[in-house]
Design a binder for this molecule. Structure first.
Ligand SMILES: [Mg+2]
Length: 132
């Protein structure tokens, strides 16, 4: 294991709650496994509407937002969440690497953007910018 990776995995986020918005079970399992060693508490919403509801009902430190979601897409959910709390970090994650998508993300209020498949180190490094 590289020094960078072991440093990344030494994050202790036991006082942090991350809202993972993801409709695909296997992707959720990846986030659980990737974040387990950080001790962050993970909340899980399966669509955009559920994300907004859970955001209202829980103290959330960061949102990991899939953009392709049933019921309500991640762009719309991000806009609604940012209306509630403009300072909450929202990190978009998407499988679509189309031109203009990053711009659409930023316009919706996302703070950062991860392209799937997401590498563990990139995930931890990106979250560190907003949680540490
Ligand atoms: Mg999806």
């Amino acid at each position: 294991m590289s020094d960078n990776l072991s440093n990344a995995l030494n994050q202790n986020w036991e006082d942090k709650q991350i809202l993972v918005v993801e409709d695909v079970d296997t992707n959720k399992i990846f986030f659980d496994a990737a974040l387990r060693r950080t001790n962050a508490k993970i909340l899980w919403a399966k669509d955009g509407q559920e994300a907004i509801d859970m955001f209202k009902e829980n103290r959330v430190d960061l949102v990991l937002m899939d953009l392709q979601l049933p019921v309500m897409d991640g762009y719309t959910a991000t806009k609604e969440i940012k209306k509630i709390d403009p300072k909450i970090p929202v990190i978009a994650q998407t499988a679509h690497v189309m031109s203009g998508e990053r711009e659409k993300c930023i316009e919706a209020g996302c703070d950062d953007y991860l392209a799937k498949p997401i590498r563990l180190q990139v995930l931890i490094d990106t979250l560190s910018k907003y949680l540490s």
